[in-house]
Design a binder for this molecule. Structure first.
Ligand code: ADP
Length: 468
């Protein structure tokens, strides 16, 4: 359900992006056109100014000629001479300005012709005045040819100006249209983008809500399942406890009768009969051990363990007293750091945990090796780590996790007898005291088991301890 929504969000964002790009492209194109039009407008204005300038220069030349004709004074020719120079510059500039427009070719040519004719007429009259006097010059003026040429020039310039003005108008219109188009595309694209983004935002929120709801459902399912598992586990443990407990009586019967058989009928039984009876006795004993361990494990899970401050030095001396027969039997050497710190724990559980670790440390050694065990502790922040190190057979790294599970054993009964529950009890007991357990070891290099327990200095655990 969430996939399509996430997909819709992606599509929405993609669309918004594409639209943004299209908008940017169209705006770029329109703005370029606008700039081009602006340039063309400026260009047209230059052409118009140049045409105006040409006409005005011609008028200046004509004024200079008239002054000279009337007075014969050379000073009057000054503006005429200047105009002659300026006219050719103006014509060059006009040719350059209109070079891109072939429509100008013909009118510009005609204008050029007429200007040349006018300049010739001016030059002729000036020459006549200078060489033959006033009357000769005036005669030429009176032909009205000069006036006519000037009129034609005016007309030509007016036509060219009209042409340029038309162009100007057209460009102004294009500019306006381009501006309007830019504004329109921009407005439309921005509005659609806004709608799209609002939609994406809505989808995003919706998606978030959906995720939260799904998360809640999932959490609820997990907690329901945990509760179910917990109750199934409780039932199983209760069942295990009952079975173990109920097995004890018939087992004791088997044990007792096998012993009675050996004691009371030992002389009647032949050697094979005695051997069978002995085996029944050994099996019954092993089963009794197993049931004891199972009951201890089950008891650990089921009973309340009130925690309190425990002095490890004192507790260790109790344990040593308890396992003294095993120490002597194994001729083990056990070194204990003194003093050991205090911890938060449950007394009998901790006795059981440390007993199991010490018994294992003495048990899992090679036959010819004398067990050497060291017990020491160190503090980390609010924790105390208690180490039990031995010189035994060691444990391969790949087995170091599983040995803490029930019935996990790495050896056969013949080599190292046991129930496979000792370390499971250690772990369960330590966890019930809010601690952790682990081991560091290599094959044939001894093992270092550790348990972490809260230190009484940790105020948080102190509260736990005093509350219980
Ligand atoms: P048990 O001692 O009854 O076999 P445990 O649960 O105490 O069962 O231990 C599980 C297994 O872990 C043992 O069978 C043994 O293979 C291994 N183990 C436990 N303690 C040691 C140790 N100190 N050195 C080497 N192996 C050990």
């Amino acid at each position: 359900m969430r996939r399509p929504l996430a997909h819709q969000i992606k599509v929405g964002l993609l669309l918004a992006l594409v639209l943004l790009l299209v908008n940017a492209l169209v705006s770029y194109r329109n703005i370029r056109r606008l700039i081009q039009n602006e340039r063309s407008v400026t260009h047209s204005q230059q052409v118009l100014a140049e045409l105006e300038e040409t006409l005005s220069t011609l008028k200046d030349a004509e004024t200079g000629q008239r002054g000279y004709l009337l007075t014969g004074n050379e000073n009057y020719l000054q503006p005429y001479k200047q105009a002659i120079a300026q006219i050719s510059a103006s014509m060059d500039s006009l040719t350059k300005l209109t070079a891109d427009n072939p429509n100008y070719e013909q009118p510009l040519y005609i204008l050029q012709q007429r200007i040349t004719a006018k300049l010739d007429e001016l030059q002729l009259t000036i020459k006549l005045r200078r060489e033959q006097g006033f009357d000769a010059a005036v005669r030429v003026v009176r032909t009205n040819r000069g006036r006519q040429i000037m009129l034609n020039i005016r007309q030509q310039i007016a036509e060219m100006k009209d042409m340029e003005k038309n162009l100007l108008q057209q460009r102004a219109k294009e500019s306006q249209a381009s501006t309007q188009q830019t504004l329109l595309t921009f407005s439309i694209a921005s509005s659609v983008n806004l709608v799209l983004l609002a939609l994406v935002y809505y989808l995003f929120k919706h998606n978030q809500l959906q995720s939260e709801q799904e998360k809640e459902t999932l959490e609820k399912r997990v907690s329901d399942r945990t509760l179910q598992l917990q109750s199934a586990n409780d039932e199983l443990e209760a069942f295990g406890y009952t079975v173990s407990h109920d097995l004890q009586a018939p087992l004791r019967g088997m044990h007792g009768f096998a012993e009675a058989l050996l004691e009371d009928y030992g002389d009647v039984l032949d050697e094979l009969g005695k051997e069978y009876t002995r085996r029944i006795l050994i099996s019954a004993l092993r089963l009794e051990d197993l049931i004891q361990d199972l009951l201890a494990y089950s008891h650990l899970s089921r009973s309340e363990l009130p925690l309190k401050v425990i002095d490890l030095t004192q507790l260790l001396s109790e344990v040593i007293k308890e396992i003294q027969p095993d120490i002597e039997e194994k001729q083990a050497e056990i070194k204990i750091q003194s003093p050991l710190p205090q911890v938060i724990g449950h007394h009998s559980t901790l006795v059981q945990v440390i007993t199991n670790l010490l018994l294992n440390a003495m048990k899992f050694v090679k036959v010819s090796v004398r067990p050497q065990v060291q017990v020491c502790a160190e503090r980390h922040d609010n924790w105390v780590r208690l180490w039990v190190a031995d010189n035994g057979i060691g444990i391969a790294p790949e087995h170091q996790q599983r040995i803490f599970r029930v019935f996990e054993r790495l050896h056969g009964q013949e080599t190292y007898p046991g129930t496979g529950i000792g370390l499971a009890i250690v772990r369960k007991g330590v966890e019930r005291m809010h601690g952790q357990v682990g081991v560091e070891s290599q094959l044939a290099q001894g093992s270092r088991f550790w348990i972490d327990l809260r230190s009484p200095d940790d105020s948080a655990t102190h509260n736990i301890a005093s509350r219980r």
